[in-house]
Design a protein around this ligand. Structure first.
Ligand code: MSP
Length: 739
């Protein structure tokens, strides 16, 4: 292993690379926004910064999602990678490089890494014999005939020849490394869990697959593809140029590696804190300086994810309140490292309280008064009174406290400290009321007071704005211009934060025109965001066990030992919340297909035990605590209200002039019914005849296209809305109730 001393003048940080089988949502945006804020602050401190993000494009899930979408994995990956990149651009995220694992530079680097590990004797060929679930393409622990713990289907006994990485050889080395580098991983909960995982013993890890081909071929043995996690983790070095002979690549690699921060979601700590350092140790490459795990963004009490069907898109918040509002909310509301609840109400409450009525209103008052009373030129503050000394002292204390808190990723506290100065400046203005001249005060005294108060308040705003810039880059740039300080982006390039101190606003500076920053959000803002999401969700609801956005969330949970030995991207989530949410795979939506795939009727779905939405405006912490206690439950009586029954399709035909609708006649054993289902784009009517399906039998009848529908079909809805009808492997009598 090569050692590299920390260089305070350069900084390399990375997001996880996102799977391309799910469209970007707020959870992905969260990790990327956190990195963007860090990168902006580092650059504004004059530190040469490299911010990497990208997409994870190989593996069976992606192969399968592409197939479901009727395109090649390449086409599919290109489309979704484009969506990620396009979203980051719209949100103004300042990544320096975007790596796709299908790029030649990455493939070359991964093959170089694989060959290096093999040459050094850390990869050997072995074989795996065990149970395999073909549906989930996952190894299952247990004797022959063990059912798949994930989907319940029978498993097959398979024998696969694989390459194995000698992970077991790194158990002691990793523990020594953690001991010697207490800062390596955080938060503390992650550190504890990772250490206890390693202490429980490491088995060698299968690092190749032969049962599918959408991956990077193992050099010299091309019927194997490299295990997706070895492939994915390597992006952090291949993007810098690892494995390339080009001197420019080599120089970039030398300059920026090792990474200062790998920012990750907590569910992938094991991959980053155990496998990744072990691969690097084995390859003789320096280890990253730190891995920091963010908690989960929860929505409707569950981890926001495609497989749960509870996502909110960043575009929605961006469109209605702007990117700064989203950034501020995520960093202020959720203590980094903890889970946090997202709700539109809480978002709007924060937005109005802190941004519209707080910072935005303060700026507007001061800038307008400077225009009104001083013709738009910054006044001379004159001699300080105790009131100015207090405000200056508070602002200086904020300058001193903000940086360390932010650099520890304690964004919420950093912002709390800063917003205390917003409130103090507001209070100072109100107490001194420069807009009001008492009769006994002379004109000259009043002009002096106005100058002193407005110059001091404007200086406080300058300090607040400079510090808030990494979190509120758009608003800060506007305020910078209104204070007459020019282009903030330029100032950021020259490291303006490095020397931030009270007193930078010079008297006589010509202010820019006042312009609104954060218009107050009314109730309609919430309704608009909700309707944008409803619109989007109508065709994108995912059913339990469907193609997962995070393979980890969906993975079965065999004992830790088996996890280390199987080549499935499956992490046993280690935190209590993770365990609780993992234990609730049923908490996904069962979709009424007629509505879900866009028939004219409004969307409807039956939520099996999904917890009710958190109370309006509940704090992130309270929500996280609730979630940590486990998922909330409905009672068996609640569930019993939904009458799910087995039915057989007798007749299936297209509905004239309705592209999506099929008219079905189904047999429930004791009665026959007509049901309309919006599955015509995905199922040929003839092929449905005779199929046994599941219906919601006690749904109130409704009319569509003049025809009555008496019930709903149940289906998983894949990305893009493709339905997959629920059914049974065994024979089941018609009319049998599901309970
Ligand atoms: N491709 C792997 C990572 C490979 S890194 C070498 C992966 N991808 S993912 O798309 O499923 O998730 C990537 C990351 O997105 C998570 O680690 C996390 O940082 C972020 N999030 C996705 N959903 C999230 C929430 N609901 N909340 C917070 N972050 C979330 O795992």
């Amino acid at each position: 292993m090569t050692e590299s001393a920390s260089n305070p003048n350069r900084f390399y940080l990375t997001t996880p690379i996102y799977y391309v089988n799910a469209r970007p949502h707020l959870g992905h945006a969260y990790s990327t926004i956190v990195c963007d804020a860090i990168a902006r602050r580092k650059r504004a401190l004059g530190i040469e910064t490299w911010f990497l993000t990208g997409t994870d494009e190989h593996g069976q899930k992606i192969e399968r999602s592409a197939k479901a979408a009727g395109c090649t994995p390449e086409e599919f990956a290109t489309k979704i990678a484009g969506e990620f990149r396009g979203l980051w651009d719209r949100l103004g995220l300042t990544y320096d490089d975007f790596i796709r694992t299908t790029e030649p530079r990455h493939i070359r680097g991964v093959q170089h890494l694989f060959a290096t590990l093999r040459d050094k004797g850390y990869i050997y060929k072995g074989s795996y014999t065990g149970q395999y679930c073909v549906f989930d393409e996952a190894y299952v622990d247990g004797p022959p005939e063990t059912p798949c713990p994930d989907c319940g289907r029978p498993t097959e006994t398979v024998s696969e020849e694989n390459y194995f990485f000698k992970l077991s050889a790194f158990e002691r080395k990793l523990l020594e490394f953690y001991e010697a580098n207490p800062e390596f991983m955080g938060p503390e909960s992650t550190r504890r869990e990772v250490i206890s995982f390693v202490r429980s013993g490491l088995k060698d890890l299968s690092v190749s697959r032969t049962s599918f081909s959408w991956g990077i071929p193992v050099p010299g043995d091309e019927k194997h593809v490299v295990y997706v996690w070895l492939d994915a983790l390597a992006n952090y070095i291949t993007a810098l140029g690892y494995g390339s002979d080009d001197p420019k690549d080599k120089a970039r690699f030398e300059k920026f590696w090792p990474a200062d921060i790998h920012l990750i979601g907590k569910e992938i700590s094991r991959f980053h804190c155990v496998y990744w350092p072990a691969f690097l140790m084995a390859a003789g490459v320096a280890l990253p300086r730190s891995v920091r795990a963010n908690g989960w963004l929860l929505f409707d009490q569950g981890k926001m994810s495609k497989s749960r069907g509870n996502i909110v898109r960043a575009e929605t918040v961006h469109e209605v309140l702007g990117a700064d509002a989203l950034r501020y909310f995520l960093l202020r509301e959720i203590p980094f490292g903890q889970d946090g609840n997202f709700s539109f109400d809480a978002l709007v409450q924060r937005y109005n309280g802190d941004l519209a009525n707080g910072y935005g209103n303060l700026v507007s008052r001061v800038v307008n008064m400077v225009h009104r009373y001083f013709g738009g030129f910054a006044p001379e503050a004159g001699a300080e009174t105790p009131a100015e000394a207090t405000l200056r002292g508070n602002a200086e204390a904020a300058i001193a406290a903000f940086g360390p808190a932010f650099d520890e990723l304690n964004f919420s506290d950093a912002l709390k400290t800063l917003w205390a100065v917003v409130a103090e400046t507001d209070g100072y203005l109100t107490a001194n009321a420069p807009w009001k001249k008492p009769a006994e005060r002379s004109d000259a005294d009043h002009a002096r007071l106005q100058a002193r108060v407005l110059a001091t308040a404007a200086e406080a705003i300058r300090v607040i704005t400079a510090l808030a810039y990494p979190i509120l880059p758009d608003a800060a740039a506007k305020v910078w211009a209104q204070l007459g300080l020019g282009e903030l982006a330029e100032a950021a390039k020259s490291g303006f934060l490095r020397d931030l101190a009270w007193g930078g606003l010079k008297a006589g500076t010509k202010f820019g025109e006042p312009a609104p920053l954060f218009p107050r959000a009314e109730k309609e803002a919430i309704e608009r965001m909700q309707s944008l999401e409803d619109e989007n969700n109508r065709t994108a609801v995912e059913a339990a066990g469907g193609g997962s956005g995070t393979e980890n969330a969906k993975a079965p949970a065999p004992a830790k030992q088996e996890m280390a030995a199987v080549p499935v991207k499956a992490a046993v989530a280690m935190a209590p919340v993770a365990a609780a949410t993992r234990a609730a795979p049923m908490a996904a939506k069962v979709v009424a297909t007629a509505e879900a795939v866009g028939a004219s009727a409004p969307s409807a779905s039956v939520d099996l035990p999904v917890a009710p939405q958190t109370a309006v405006g509940a704090s992130a912490q309270a929500a996280a605590e609730t979630a940590a206690q486990g998922p909330q439950h409905i009672t068996i009586d609640d569930f019993a209200k939904v009458e799910l029954r087995v039915a057989q399709i007798l007749v299936a035909e297209r509905v004239p002039k309705a592209d999506k609708l099929l008219r079905l006649e189904v047999d429930l054993g004791t009665e026959k019914r007509q049901i309309l289902a919006g599955i015509a784009e995905h199922y040929e009517p003839e092929k449905l005849i005779g199929r046994r399906i599941v219906i919601v039998a006690n749904l109130a009848p409704r009319k569509m296209r003049g025809l009555e529908s008496n019930g709903m079909l149940l289906a998983a809805s894949l990305e893009g809305g493709a339905p997959v009808l629920a059914g049974f492997l065994e024979d089941v009598p018609l009319g049998a109730r599901l309970k």
